[in-house]
Write a protein that binds this ligand. Sequence first.
Ligand code: IMP
Ligand code: MG
Length: 182
Amino acid sequence: MRSDIERLLFDGPAIHKRLDEMAAQITADYSDRELTVIAILTGSLMFMSDLLRRIPLPLKLDCLSVVSYHGKTQPSGEIIFKQLAVPDVADRDVLILDDILDTGHTLAAVRKKLETAKPLSIRICVLLRKRKQRARDVDADYVGFEIDDEFVVGYGLDFMERYRNLPYVGVLRKELLEQPNQ
Ligand code: IMP
Ligand code: MG
């Protein structure tokens, strides 16, 4: 799999060091409140599990499964929720976790859905944020790393459901993106 990666961006130790800092910030910000974390699957799986183990606060965890890419690299803009029910976040301080903020369609749709349940507050935390113009008006309150507008995989991020298990984040070789569905 390493040969499919054009350039390594963040190795395991670099990610973990940054997660220590993010977790310390979140722990300080929510020290007197009880968090409800809503993680967006599947991409945030590694991020969620490594980040939350660094946050020594009482918190509740729920996951939302959404599909936004339909197996390709270009977002359609349409977000499909796999569960119909909205998590019960009434009067809760919500922290949404996702792997990456790209066009903003996913996080805008998730935030809108959660707002219907009348939480006390909503913040957004992502491992990666792409430097680009977003299609939707949404930003993250906590960001692990800012990256260029390139397609990355690893540490939960996939291309056609592959590469999620890489322990690092890297840029996928361009010619692999151009191959027809397989
Ligand atoms: P957005 O809705 O365009 O902001 O994209 C959010 C979702 O698209 C993320 O949760 C990822 O699943 C996926 N995504 C966006 N950019 C990348 C990438 O560079 N690599 C892998 N997945 C990505
Ligand atoms: Mg994905």
